[in-house]
Design a protein around this ligand. Structure first.
Ligand code: COA
Length: 375
């Protein structure tokens, strides 16, 4: 057995074979954000007989949550060859990916799945988010004649990137992230189209539509940016173009504007989580990075008196003067910081005392949505 280590160009043929065998033959090409020369070292592998038999893919990028600068790792392409399962390889690789992420300065990790492998490492479903579905009837009602919808290719990257850059909770994407997404047109694990929405000839929003598998079904926007009222106004045109019976999309728990718009439009929003699961990588650093957000909620005096520390062995502590909230493990920490709709062992926010009171005012932190960053 060799590894864990990062993949090198010499490993790509067998790595492609491994993920092709475990998932589908085209997976390697469908996940260019993961499988590109610049990122190969973050594709962590264990080898036997010189060939990768287990793999965990990771991308590392910057993000902003309401102006706070964070570093986020995304995990995907998790695969062990059927002949080598149950030997602890994926567990070892997941630990290794966490160590690499920590060394790279990552605050938290997004994992595109939910299973015991991830839960044992402290991954949890998080985010007090919503989702909604626009029906054909509703779309016709919202239809706006000043709105035009155009299928666009990579030549629209400057406009698409410009609109995404206005989102308050987003990845700090590089041009190549867009180029890869347009080149493979796979977004959140499905073949997708980029649709630019203009009002009176002025681009104001875009959606990334996962191409419906057949006519007459409900489609899904994998990503939305820009003016949401224009998105609603464009739904009828999009549904007609793709012959869909409705369209479904995700709304961040922090996005009170879209929630308000949906309410006004009579769309019912149901409660959901963000996609996949989240693992906190570096608690103290993450809280430091979220400081501007905390100061906005609590004022700088109270934030100055807060301290954050801890590890897996001793649990995590949030202290204010001589008061302390103790969070026993990373899983609960993810639940506490980002909020959750899962059954939790303990509701720390319901505790008495000053720390719980401050955390109630401050939390949850907004959860991130993948869009083209999905791996
Ligand atoms: C998921 C997968 C990568 C696991 O690979 P593996 O190398 O066999 O993993 P490990 O040997 O480290 O662990 C195997 C299982 O035992 C569990 N396990 C390992 N050590 C354990 C322990 N000490 N206590 C309890 N459970 C333990 C792991 O959590 C894992 O459970 P899960 O598969 O239900 O999540 C592999 O089954 C696979 O390739 N599956 C198909 C692709 C896939 O589904 N990928 C994940 C997409 S989200």
């Amino acid at each position: 057995m060799e590894g864990p280590r990062g993949a090198t160009p010499a490993d790509t043929t067998f790595l492609k074979e491994l993920v092709g065998h475990v998932f589908r033959p085209t997976l390697f090409e469908e996940y260019p954000q993961l499988f590109n020369d610049d990122n190969l070292g973050n594709c962590r592998i264990i080898l036997e007989g010189g060939k990768p038999v287990s793999h965990i893919g990771m991308t590392l990028q910057d993000a902003t949550i309401l102006g706070c600068h964070l570093r986020v790792a995304c995990i995907g392409g998790v695969a062990t060859h059927p002949d080598h399962r149950g030997k602890g390889y994926a567990t070892r690789l997941f630990e290794d990916a966490g160590e690499v992420a920590y060394r790279d300065g990552v605050d938290f990790m997004m994992v595109s799945g939910d299973r015991s492998l991830y839960r044992r490492a402290g991954c949890r479903r998080i985010g007090l988010d919503y989702e909604t579905t626009v029906t054909n009837e509703q779309a016709t009602e919202f239809s706006d004649s000043s709105i035009d919808v155009k299928n666009v290719d990579a030549s629209a990257i400057p406009i698409i990137a410009g609109l995404y850059a206005l989102e308050p909770v987003r990845f700090l994407r590089k041009r190549e992230d867009y180029e890869r997404a347009f080149a493979c047109s796979f977004v959140m694990n499905r073949p997708s189209d980029f649709l630019l929405i203009s009002r009176n000839d002025h681009p104001c929003a875009y959606v990334i539509l996962q191409r419906p598998r057949e006519k007459g079904i409900i489609g899904n926007f994998a990503e939305i940016s820009g003016d949401r009222s224009a998105v609603l106004g464009a739904c009828a045109t999009i549904m007609e173009r793709y012959q869909m019976s409705g369209v479904h999309f995700h709304i961040g728990g922090w996005d009170i504007l879209t929630q308000g718009l949906c309410k006004q439009a009579g769309l019912s929003c149901s409660e959901t989580h963000a996609s996949g699961t989240v693992r906190i990588i570096h608690f103290r650093q993450m809280m430091e990075h979220m400081r501007p957000y905390m100061e906005q909620k609590l004022g700088s005096q109270q934030v100055n008196a807060l301290s954050f520390e801890g590890d897996d062995a001793n649990g995590y502590k949030i202290c204010f003067g001589d008061e302390m909230m103790h969070v026993p493990d990373r899983g609960e920490l993810a639940h506490l910081l980002f909020g959750t709709r899962e059954e939790t062992v303990a509701d720390r926010l319901a505790e008495g005392g000053k720390v719980a009171e401050l955390m109630r005012q401050m939390l949850p932190f907004p959860a991130m949505w993948y869009g083209i960053n999905y791996v």
